[in-house]
Ligand binder design. Structure first.
Ligand SMILES: Nc1nc2c(ncn2[C@@H]2O[C@H](COP(=O)(O)OP(=O)(O)OP(=O)(O)O)[C@@H](O)[C@H]2O)c(=O)[nH]1
Ligand SMILES: [Mg+2]
Length: 250
């Protein structure tokens, strides 16, 4: 089972209008500060937060109780003018967990009205998170032939392909910065990773490496996924036979 918590700023659109038109710099600072605080609060509880379109956050929140979420809400309320809603869902796959959280929100299934928390918390099933950390092999060499903006276009096209491919496997892909992507993965997504790497190699002439981590919490699964990716680099740099996928179990 995977548990997802989706945090969204409440009434953000109308509130931004109250700032007047000279507001973009202030909104960017607010979003960056909010992200920093949300990442800090959840990582202290062994979770990782994925930034979604800058004003929404997806947290893989396996193991977190309603009380943990209430504690985080209280902390956020102390620090920010804006308030956030939290929608929680759990399911066998990451995409279904997202649907469950969404269902809780639109049907107003309150877990805590006072703290604006909707949805369903999993306190029974066995918790398991799989994270795939993708990275472009040797992006540095492309910088010699492509300008910074051209590289950005290449990376965003890759991001679009990756989101579509892994959504079909009920998995969620996030851009982490630089040439890094993380997929909150189903079993099916893990099984198809070699096919995806081959497809991108063929269509775009880009080589990807993918480290996979499995654990009970998302922070630990991400730690193992990144460790797997670093292992691929070590094997490559030692001149041994290359492999583009490496997986660490729980
Ligand atoms: N989010 C995230 N970004 C990283 C990480 N490691 C590197 N980066 C970013 O990725 C960019 C590219 O770095 P690398 O991927 O190490 O460079 P490379 O030339 O592609 O080298 P290899 O990936 O080893 O083939 C860096 O400038 C950073 O912005 C990481 O673990 N997480
Ligand atoms: Mg790279």
């Amino acid at each position: 089972m995977i548990q997802l918590s989706i945090l969204k700023i409440i009434g953000y659109g109308p509130w931004t209008l109250t700032l007047g038109s000279d507001r973009e710099h202030a909104l960017q600072m607010l979003q960056a500060t909010l992200y920093k605080e949300v990442q800090k609060l959840f990582s202290e509880k062994n979770c990782l937060v994925f930034l979604n379109r800058a004003d929404e956050f997806f947290v893989v929140s396996n193991g977190l109780t309603l009380e943990d979420h209430i504690e985080i809400q209280k902390n956020l309320q102390k620090s920010f003018d804006v308030r956030l809603s939290i929608s929680i869902g759990y399911a066998d796959s990451p995409f279904e967990a997202n649907l469950k959280a969404y269902e809780g929100k639109i049907n107003e299934v309150f877990l805590s009205k006072e703290h604006i928390i909707f949805g369903f918390v999993d306190d029974k099933s066995e918790q398991k998170v799989s994270i795939m950390h993708f990275d472009v092999d040797n992006l540095t060499s492309r910088r010699k032939i492509n300008s910074p903006y051209e590289i950005t276009v290449t990376i965003f096209e890759l991001y679009a392909k990756m989101t579509k491919f892994f959504l079909k496997k009920d998995s969620l892909t996030f851009f982490m910065g630089g040439d890094n992507f993380m997929v909150v993965a189903s079993e099916q997504a893990k099984d198809s990773v070699k096919d995806f790497i081959k497809l991108i190699e063929k269509e775009d002439n880009i080589t990807l490496n993918c480290g996979i981590g499995n654990a009970k919490t998302s922070r630990e699964a991400v730690n193992l996924a990144t460790k797997s990716l670093d292992t691929i680099r070590e094997i490559r740099d030692s001149g041994k036979e290359k492999s583009h996928v490496y997986e660490l179990p729980c």
